[in-house]
Design a protein around this ligand. Structure first.
Ligand code: COA
Length: 407
């Protein structure tokens, strides 16, 4: 048994935000049927590394799903969709605003067809002034508080590499869908779940709105910045939280030879000893967090004078031995080769029928009674026969539907 065994998800998602959500649902045990246009999710063809083979963009976001094709703009396609909706527990989509309504399936119509249906939509924005706009990852980062707070004070706003706008929103959508499934057990009714990428990023940037309000009462002393206006400034690698931290350079000085070090109040004594400046542990100029706060840049400079002489793994070992929280900056190459991530099932090899073996990122949700087995993404329309057969479509009609461009 898997946690979501018996839950049927009709997955009309494409690109990243929606597919990241339905992939998690599949890993939790739902039967996810990905409904694609007859040309398929555009990401099957985007960023291709091998000619004619589904891209890694697609395969890494669509594991453990089945695929059917259906032309939603044909009359027969709409009829078949109606049957699929009646059999599904959850419908998920992330088209541009209004696309499903234009296909003829408003929320009211879907409820009529299946009152137990949970209908989840991911859009760029909520129902306010931006509602009609399309959105991609970095647009959500731009409008959700991430870009304004990422980067250095004297540089432009920056996008972050983690896809908080797409996959971050996908995770929020999963939370909403699971809650709706749970509530349905008592109400016996489905409901509408709506998640906006701007909202999800803002949720993740929550602490920066905390700091915006703190600014009204004076400078943000935990930030490395020297001057403050009326907006939270970009603060480089400082989190601006209660414990100061910074990325300091390590040997031999390559682009990822850095380690992020956090100086907790109890950490200063062991750090000062490790860096060979034991006298600073009791020096009133350095001994307390308050004394260090106005000169965090100097403090991290002292730490860097030691780290620059060692590689990041040695620094990791030495600081951790003294219980000092720190994290080396791991490159994508180091991550994909990391043995512990392989052992933990977070970097997984999957066999694909056309591309052979590829690596993907496994499920970050580990449930003791619902283990995850990562299986390949489906080929386009691979399960047409299986799923339409279950609906009572005969092999002859199936061939006809194909000829007529319905599937
Ligand atoms: N059969 C027939 N037509 C289909 C179909 C199917 N199975 N599936 C989709 N389509 C059509 C839709 O009906 C729509 O047509 P219409 O505009 O004539 O009504 C069109 O394909 C899809 O439109 P849209 O989703 O707007 O695609 P796009 O490529 O122009 O925009 C996004 C892509 C991502 C910008 C847009 O989908 C969006 O803003 N999504 C919400 C936010 C989001 O998830 N963004 C992150 C993506 S990672």
């Amino acid at each position: 048994m898997k946690a979501l065994e018996g839950v049927r998800v009709l997955d009309m998602t494409h690109v990243q935000s929606g597919p990241s959500a339905t992939q998690l649902l599949a890993w939790l045990g739902a039967d996810v049927v990905k409904l694609e246009s007859i040309t398929g999710d555009i990401t099957r063809q985007q960023l291709r590394d091998l000619p004619g083979v589904d891209s890694l963009y697609f395969t890494m976001l669509n594991c453990n799903k089945r695929s059917i094709t259906l032309n939603m703009k044909s009359e027969r396609g709409k009829e078949i969709f109606t049957e699929l909706v009646k059999q599904s527990d959850v419908l998920v989509e992330n088209f541009g605003p209004g696309a499903v309504d234009r296909m003829g399936f408003t929320w009211e119509r879907l409820q009529e067809l299946n009152p137990r249906l949970i209908y989840a939509s991911i859009k760029g924005f909520g129902p306010g002034r931006y509602r009609a706009f399309k959105a991609y990852e970095v647009i959500a980062q731009a409008m959700g508080g991430s870009m304004t707070t990422t980067g250095f004070e004297d540089g432009p706003p920056l996008a972050t590499g983690a896809q908080i706008g797409d996959s971050g929103t996908g995770i929020h959508a999963v939370a909403g869908i699971l809650a709706a499934l749970y509530q349905r057990q008592t109400t016996d009714r489905g409901q509408r779940v709506q998640v906006a990428m701007q909202h999800a990023v803002l949720n993740l940037a929550r602490v920066k709105l905390r700091d915006q309000q703190r600014l009204a009462h004076g400078p943000l002393r935990e930030y490395p910045n020297k001057t403050f206006g009326d907006e939270v400034p970009r603060s480089g690698n400082a989190s601006g939280g209660g414990q100061p931290g910074w990325a300091v350079r390590c040997a031999p000085g390559g682009p990822n030879d850095y380690i992020y070090v956090i100086v907790q109040p109890v950490g200063w004594k062991p750090i000062s000893e490790i860096i060979g400046r034991a006298e600073l542990a009791d020096d009133p100029e350095w001994a307390t967090p308050e004394a260090r706060l106005p000169k965090l840049d100097k403090m991290f400079q002292l730490i860097e004078e030691w780290t620059i002489r060692h590689d990041k793994w040695t620094v990791l070992d030495k600081l951790n031995a003294a219980n000092v929280p720190c994290g080396p900056i791991l490159s994508t190459k180091e991550l994909i080769e990391d043995e512990s991530l392989r052992e933990e099932g977070m970097v997984v090899a999957v066999d694909h029928p056309e591309r052979g073996e590829f690596l993907t990122v496994g499920s970050p949700l580990q449930l003791s009674d619902s283990p995850v087995e990562v299986r390949t993404s489906p080929l386009l329309g691979e399960h047409n026969q299986e799923i339409y057969g279950e609906l009572g479509v005969s092999p002859d009609e199936l061939a006809e539907l194909k000829t007529n461009g319905v599937i």
